[in-house]
Design a protein around this ligand. Structure first.
Ligand SMILES: Cc1ncc(C[n+]2csc(CCOP(=O)(O)OP(=O)(O)O)c2C)c(N)n1
Ligand code: SF4
Ligand SMILES: [Mg+2]
Length: 289
């Protein structure tokens, strides 16, 4: 229903040559082109970071929000307009640093949105400081040696699983076919869907590179993992070791946040007619006018 040219944006892409974000954007475009939903039914929400620029590079209804805040904004959009498919593009710093509390609570509430984490182990836009997913010992401007980053990283897949997310996957920016499939599944899933996307930052991260990932990742589907088994998913996510599992870890059906809320008597927010007189009265009461 959507064509590639429908999605072409007016702005030129300014990511560094070779950045993993290109793979994520290409996969998103293919995912949307391969689905039945019309273009006007999608809303993209992003935070601040290199990852946050996705809405500028694809022609969709979009909201480029504040650092750490795309998930609450996406939650509001979904509550007001449940007919829309809401997709969040967020960085590892954005989602798991400043926005970590929002991530956990949205998962626990099973908000019906898809969250795609551009996981590059650094705060790319602000010049490569170590992020919450940087490995222990990672050396950067803000984590000099010794010891480099002095703590264990956040594990987005394990965190999503224990927080209550009902679709949890990990993809790789370099594996287009499987990333497209995971994105489509996450978008169609009813509930909080997370895809942790491994994304090389070629400018700042000299550890988590294309060749590192190509040499370490393996597909858990091919190893016979059962995505309905929550304990097995958590064991896989926390196994450690040299090999990095990618694919669908877990999927289940559960009531979403909207299922637990009844509409107010006044009806859905999106159907309200704005009463400017009332707004002016509020401003007057607050002595802002
Ligand atoms: C409220 C707020 N805090 C901090 C910043 C500074 N800031 C901008 S982008 C960024 C980090 C981006 O890292 P990440 O989310 O991993 O995105 P990437 O650039 O790596 O895609 C920070 C700390 C900001 N703009 N606003
Ligand atoms: S700084 Fe890193 S994440 Fe940002 S565009 Fe460049 S390569 Fe990509
Ligand atoms: Mg980052």
């Amino acid at each position: 229903m959507i064509t590639q040219s429908d999605l072409s944006p007016p702005q030129p892409v300014t990511w560094c040559k070779g950045c993993g974000n290109f793979g994520i954007l290409a996969a998103l475009r293919k995912a949307l082109v391969g689905m039945d939903t019309p273009q006007h039914k999608y809303v993209l929400v992003s935070g601040i970071g290199c990852s946050g620029k996705v809405p500028h590079y694809i022609n969709l209804n979009s909201f480029h929000t504040l650092h750490g805040r795309p998930i609450p904004v996406a939650t509001g959009i979904k509550m007001a307009r449940p007919d829309l498919k809401v997709i969040v593009h967020t960085g590892d710093g954005d989602c798991l640093g400043e926005g970590l509390g929002h991530f956990v609570h949205a998962a626990r509430r099973n908000v019906d949105i898809a969250v795609f984490i551009h996981n590059n182990g650094v705060n790319g836009l602000t010049k490569g400081q170590f992020s919450p997913t940087a490995p222990r010992g990672y050396v950067s401007g803000t984590s000099p040696p010794p010891p480099g980053a002095p703590m264990e990283p956040v594990n987005p897949v394990a965190l999503a699983l224990i927080s209550g997310a009902t679709y949890v996957a990990r993809g790789f920016a370099g594996h287009q076919a499987s990333l497209v499939r995971l994105m489509q599944d996450a978008i169609t899933h009813r509930g909080f869907a997370v895809v942790d996307i491994l994304q090389p930052c070629v400018t700042w991260n000299r550890v988590l590179t294309w060749s590192f990932y190509n040499g370490h990742i393996f597909d858990i589907g091919e190893d016979g993992h059962d995505p309905s088994d929550h304990s097995a998913a958590l064991r896989l996510a926390t196994a450690g070791g040299d090999r990095i599992p990618v694919g669908l870890f877990y999927r289940s059906d559960a009531p979403t946040l909207a299922d637990g809320l009844s509409l107010p008597e006044s009806g859905a927010l999106a159907d309200h007619v704005n009463d400017l007189g009332l707004l002016q009265q509020v401003l007057r009461d607050m002595q802002l006018e």
